[in-house]
Design a protein around this ligand. Structure first.
Ligand code: PNS
Length: 168
């Protein structure tokens, strides 16, 4: 069985993530969506449990997709699960250097898995969890960016009425 891992912070999961997960599920026998710890991101809007719940809810129609979390090194998780690939979405050239660095480091730490990059679709090119958080915090419409099933949950957590100050 060829297992792939889709790692990320998923804070929260977006339509861009779901597009990559969906396409990965067609390429591999099993896909583990792994809520992981990014040492460069200090505070999260959602707990790991909440992030997992939202991914579970929006991937339940994909029979070969499971959700897990791990706070250690991705390379160790790959070893433990026997995964043969890390699947990541690449939006633009700006993503490349960082992703390339991680791919090389993961390969050095564990030679048994390859990083596979899937290009994002044009409409998701600009989309990230940070963009969703920023828009929702100002009360903007996030309908086109996150799955309908979890839109209200995300908006209610992120909307910050104090940001809607009248113009000075
Ligand atoms: O969605 P993100 O925050 O861009 O995902 C980055 C993530 C979580 C996949 C990356 O930080 C990661 O793999 N963290 C696990 C710890 C680890 O293995 N770090 C070394 C990566 S070379």
């Amino acid at each position: 069985m060829r297992i792939a891992v889709c790692p990320g912070s998923f804070d929260p999961v977006t339509l861009g993530h779901l597009d990559i997960i969906n396409r990965a599920s067609k390429l591999f026998d099993k896909v583990i969506v792994l809520v992981s710890f990014n040492a460069n991101k200090s505070s999260a809007a959602f707990t790991v449990k909440e992030r997992m719940e939202m991914i579970l809810e929006t991937t339940s129609h994909l029979n070969n997709v499971v959700v897990d979390c791990y706070s250690g090194l991705l390379a160790d998780y790959l070893k433990q699960t026997g995964a043969v690939a890390i699947v990541k979405g690449l939006r633009a050239v700006s993503d490349f250097e960082y992703e390339f660095q991680m791919a090389l480091a993961n390969k050095k730490l564990y030679d048994g898995a390859e990083t596979v990059f899937l290009n994002t679709t044009g409409e998701n090119m600009f989309l990230s969890s940070s963009v969703v958080k920023e828009i929702a915090s100002f009360g903007g419409d996030i309908t086109d960016f996150v799955p309908a099933a979890i839109k209200n949950r995300i908006f209610d957590r992120l909307f910050d009425p104090s940001r809607q100050r009248p113009d000075q």
